[in-house]
Design a protein around this ligand. Structure first.
Ligand SMILES: *[C@@H]1O[C@H](CO)[C@@H](O)[C@H](O)[C@H]1NC(C)=O
Ligand SMILES: *[C@@H]1O[C@H](CO)[C@@H](O)[C@H](O)[C@H]1NC(C)=O
Ligand SMILES: *[C@@H]1O[C@H](CO)[C@@H](O)[C@H](O)[C@H]1NC(C)=O
Ligand SMILES: *[C@@H]1O[C@H](CO)[C@@H](O)[C@H](O)[C@H]1NC(C)=O
Length: 511
C-alpha cells in the first residue's frame, strides 16, 4: 500500500476509533478518562509475575507461610495441636487436618517457628520437657533448627536438644545426642501441604537482608524503566496504577524484612510519567498485617491482621499521609488509592469505611483535587455497599476489579458465554453504579485472560475488545493488570505486540 492509502486507511481507522471509543473525549475533572495499565509486581513483588526472583533462595520451599505437617517415623502418627492450639501437643493423628498443619515463620535459612491453626506457636514448657501450642508471640524460645535429609527432618532446640515423639504419643524435648536418619523418635517426615505464598515478605525474609537488597534493587531498577512509559504513551495509555507497600513510607529503613528503595523508584516513575505525559495513581496494595492474606498484600503467613489492630490502621493512614505530603502538589499525581482489595470475609465494613473516611480527609488536607480511590472488598461483597456510606464529598472513585476468573462460575464458560457475561452482568452493573449519585467508577484491574482452554487468537481479540467496549462505560475509566508478566496472556505488552489485545488506540501510533 502506498503511503497515501496507508494514511487514508489510518484516518478511517482513527475516525472509527473515535466513534467506538467516545470515552476518550469525555473528561473526568478536566482529564480524559483513565486508560491505564498497572505496574504490578514491581514495588510489591509476586512470584508468578516474575518467578526468577525467587530462584536462588536457600531452602526455598520453606518460606514464610508454607504449611507443613510432621509425621513421626516411629509412631507413624502426625504431630497435632489439639483444638488448633492453646493446649498440649500430641503425636497421635493418623490423618492430618488443620490441627496437624503448621504455618512456618522463617527466622533464617534453617531456623523456623511453627504457627498452629489457631494462631499460637509451638513452645517449650518448663514442666516435663513438653512441647505445647501456647505461645502468642514467637521469640527465641519458639525457634527451632530444622535439619533436612530429603523428606526427613530433625527438629532441634537452640539449646541443642532434639524433639522426639515418645511412646505415649507426646512431643518432648529430651532426645539427647545426635539422631541418625534411620527410624528413631527424633526423625519426622516433613510433608509440605501448601506452598503458595510468594510475595515481598517471602522474598525479603527468604534471602535475608543483604542478598534481598541486591535482588530487589536490581529488580526495581530494571523491571520498569523510562522505556515502558514511552511504550505506554505511544499506545495511548494515559495513566499507570502503581501498587506500593506500606513500608514505602518508612524508606530508606523500613522494618525487617522489608527493603528500602521503593521510594526512589516511585520518584523515578513520576519523572518518567511527566516526560511521557502519563498520570500516576498510587495504590496502597500491601497494608501492615495484610488486608487480604494474599501474597500481593505481603502477607507473612496468609492471615489477615490489618483489621485486628488499631496500630496497623493508623500506620496505613500514616502511609497515606506520607504519600499525600510528598506527591499532592505534583501535577503527575492523579489519585491515591487508600487500600487494594480488602477481604470481605476478614475486614468488617464499618472498620473499612471509617478508614476510608479518615484517608479521604488526609488526602483532602493536601489537595482539593486529587482523586481518592476506594476499592471494593473482594469475596462475597457487593460494590453497592460503598455507595451507602458517605466517604467524601469530592472526587471519590470506587475501584472494582473485573476478572472472568477466580470463581467457580467461570470455570466452564465457553467463549460465547464469557462474552455474554460481560454484556449481561458487567455492563448492567456498571450502568447501575454509574447512574447512582456517588463515587465515579474505575475498573482498576482486568485482564485479557480467562478459563477457556486453547482459545484462538480471534477469540482472545474478541474477548479483549468486548471488555474494552464494556469497561469504557466506567465513569472514571479502567486499568489493565498488568504491564509485564511471565504468564504471557496477562502481559499487556505481549498482548498488544502480538495483537491478542486489539487496542483500537494502536491506530494512534505514529507512523
Ligand atoms: C493433652 O490434652 C489432651 C486433650 O485435652 C488430654 O487428653 C491429654 O491428657 C493431655 N496430655 C498431657 C500429657 O497433658
Ligand atoms: C541422609 O540419610 C541417608 C540415610 O537415609 C544417609 O545415608 C545420608 O548420609 C544422609 N545425608 C545427610 C546429609 O546426612
Ligand atoms: C489536616 O491538617 C490540619 C492542619 O495541619 C490538622 O490539624 C488536621 O489534623 C489535619 N486533618 C487530618 C484528617 O489529617
Ligand atoms: C490444549 O492444547 C494442548 C496442546 O496442543 C493439548 O495437549 C490439550 O489437550 C488442549 N486442551 C484442551 C482442553 O483442548
Amino acid at each position: 500500500m502506498g503511503s497515501y492509502h496507508r494514511r487514508r486507511a489510518l484516518l478511517a481507522f482513527v475516525v472509527l476509533y473515535w466513534a467506538i471509543f467516545p470515552f476518550s473525549r469525555s473528561l473526568v475533572g478536566g482529564f480524559n478518562k483513565v486508560r491505564g495499565v498497572n505496574l504490578g509486581g514491581w514495588l510489591v513483588v509476586e512470584r508468578w509475575i516474575k518467578p526468577s526472583l525467587f530462584d536462588e533462595i536457600p531452602n526455598g520451599d520453606m518460606l514464610d507461610g508454607t504449611q507443613v505437617q510432621l509425621k513421626s517415623v516411629t509412631r507413624k502418627k502426625y504431630v497435632s495441636a489439639s483444638n488448633g492450639g492453646g493446649m498440649n501437643v500430641t503425636v497421635d493423628r493418623d490423618i492430618p487436618s488443620w490441627w496437624e498443619t503448621f504455618k512456618i515463620w522463617r527466622v533464617s535459612e534453617n531456623k523456623f517457628q511453627f504457627r498452629c491453626f489457631g494462631g499460637q506457636f509451638l513452645t517449650t514448657s518448663n514442666e516435663g520437657n513438653m512441647i505445647l501450642a501456647k505461645a502468642n508471640i514467637p521469640t527465641i524460645s519458639e525457634t527451632y533448627i530444622v535439619e533436612r535429609n530429603d523428606t526427613r527432618v530433625h527438629i532441634k532446640l537452640l539449646s541443642g536438644n532434639y524433639l522426639q515423639a515418645t511412646e505415649d504419643n507426646q512431643l518432648r524435648t529430651d532426645y539427647y545426642g545426635e539422631p541418625g536418619w534411620d527410624d528413631n523418635g527424633a526423625t519426622f517426615e516433613l510433608v509440605i501441604y501448601a506452598n503458595n505464598l510468594h510475595g515481598e515478605f517471602q522474598l525479603a525474609n527468604g534471602y535475608g537482608q543483604d542478598k534481598a537488597k541486591d535482588v530487589l534493587m536490581n529488580h526495581r531498577n530494571t523491571f520498569i524503566t523510562a522505556e515502558d512509559f514511552s511504550f505506554l504513551s505511544e499506545y495511548g495509555i494515559n495513566t499507570v496504577r502503581i501498587p506500593v507497600g506500606w513500608w514505602i513510607a518508612l524508606d530508606p529503613d523500613p522494618p525487617a524484612p522489608f527493603i528500602g528503595g521503593t521510594l526512589a523508584a516511585l520518584d523515578n516513575a513520576f519523572l518518567w510519567a511527566q516526560v511521557y505525559n502519563v498520570r500516576c495513581i498510587i495504590d496502597l496494595h500491601a497494608a501492615p498485617g495484610s488486608q487480604n492474606g494474599m501474597e500481593h498484600s505481603a502477607s507473612r503467613d496468609g492471615s489477615v491482621g490489618w483489621p485486628l489492630s488499631p496500630d496497623y490502621i493508623s500506620q496505613s493512614l500514616d502511609a497515606i499521609e506520607f504519600l499525600s505530603a510528598r506527591y499532592a502538589d505534583n501535577p503527575v499525581l492523579l489519585g491515591i488509592e487508600l487500600l487494594n482489595e480488602p477481604s470481605a470475609a476478614a475486614v468488617p465494613l464499618d472498620i473499612l469505611v471509617s478508614y476510608y473516611k479518615s484517608g479521604y480527609q488526609i488526602v483532602r488536607n493536601y489537595s482539593s483535587m486529587v482523586y481518592v480511590i476506594v476499592c471494593q472488598r473482594i469475596g462475597n461483597a457487593d460494590p453497592m455497599e460503598l455507595y451507602e456510606t458517605n466517604i467524601g464529598v469530592k472526587n471519590v472513585v470506587l475501584d472494582v476489579h473485573y476478572y472472568n476468573l477466580f470463581d467457580a462460575y467461570f470455570g466452564d464458560l465457553n467463549p460465547l458465554q464469557n462474552f455474554q457475561y460481560l454484556y449481561n452482568n458487567r455492563r448492567t452493573q456498571l450502568q447501575a453504579l454509574n447512574s447512582i449519585n456517588g463515587p465515579l467508577i474505575f475498573i482498576g484491574e482486568w485482564v485479557n485472560e480467562w478459563n477457556v482452554k486453547n482459545a484462538s487468537q480471534i477469540e482472545y481479540q474478541t474477548f479483549g475488545s468486548i471488555q474494552l467496549e464494556v469497561y469504557d462505560a466506567a465513569s472514571f475509566g479502567w486499568s489493565y493488570w498488568t504491564l509485564k508478566n511471565d504468564e504471557k496472556h496477562w502481559d499487556f505488552e505481549w498482548n498488544v505486540k502480538s495483537r491478542y489485545l486489539a487496542l483500537s488506540m494502536c491506530a494512534l501510533t505514529p507512523i
